[in-house]
Design a protein around this ligand. Structure first.
Ligand SMILES: C[S@@+](CC[C@H](N)C(=O)[O-])C[C@H]1O[C@@H](n2cnc3c(N)ncnc32)[C@H](O)[C@@H]1O
Length: 202
């Protein structure tokens, strides 16, 4: 279970505030809209928005032609997402057990949903992603970047920032290959990273 109950309760308490502040793609950086939109258009088959929060990226990927489902630990987010994006299926679920059969998915978006996982739990979750993805399937991860692994008091509950190289190594150990990575530092924000990876075929 790791930190899941803590994360679920912390986001559950602040869900309306989170929806107001971050629950639309317009609130996101234009570069993130571009990256996620273009990535979604390359995926041919079912995409899981893993840790979808208010569901705005699920709705956006659906608008970009993806066959998407969103899952999240927090019921209030799922209730909001179902009402706001009725064309997209959403369910309460955990990153640790995605509830899909082996090789079923063509893509997984994990946009800032891995940030609260303890490093050892992150490995478990990445293996679950590899299990659920078809060989060659796509993974797009958004996260906080730092020169070394750091735990910090995130506004909702403690989170981690990662060096890009360390995250790429963990992905490699879980059965993924790097396609591309991006970093960006915007004034007033923690440095941002995005990794596009592919599940190995062998
Ligand atoms: C920072 S929010 C990001 C939400 C959304 N992806 C976005 O970009 O706004 C982190 C989300 O990950 C979800 N989350 C964290 N750990 C999870 C887990 N183990 N299983 C399912 N969802 C999880 C949280 O409930 C929360 O909605």
């Amino acid at each position: 279970m790791g930190v899941d109950p803590v994360v679920r309760d912390a986001y559950g308490e602040r869900a309306p505030e989170y929806v107001d502040l971050f629950g639309s793609v317009e609130a996101a950086h234009a570069e993130d809209r571009r990256l996620i939109g273009e990535w979604a258009r390359t995926i041919d088959g079912p995409v899981l928005d893993a840790g979808c929060g208010p569901g705005h990226w699920s709705g956006y990927m659906a608008d970009n032609g993806a066959e998407v489902e969103g899952i999240d630990l927090v019921r209030a987010f799922i209730t909001h997402a179902r009402a706001r994006f009725p064309e997209v299926p959403f369910r309460v679920g955990s990153l640790r057990n995605l509830g899909v059969s082996e090789g079923r998915l063509a893509g997984i978006l994990a946009w800032y949903s891995l940030i609260h996982l303890e490093p050892e739990d992150l490995t478990v979750v990445l293996r679950e992603f590899a299990r659920a993805l078809a060989p060659g399937g796509g993974l797009l991860v958004g996260f906080f970047v730092s020169p070394e692994l750091r735990r910090f008091p995130h506004a909702v509950t403690d989170a981690y920032s990662w060096p890009v190289g360390e995250l790429v190594e963990l992905l490699g150990a879980a059965g993924f290959s790097l396609v591309e990575s991006h970093t960006r530092t915007d004034s007033g924000h923690r440095p941002h990273g995005a990794i596009v990876a592919r599940r190995n075929r062998g």
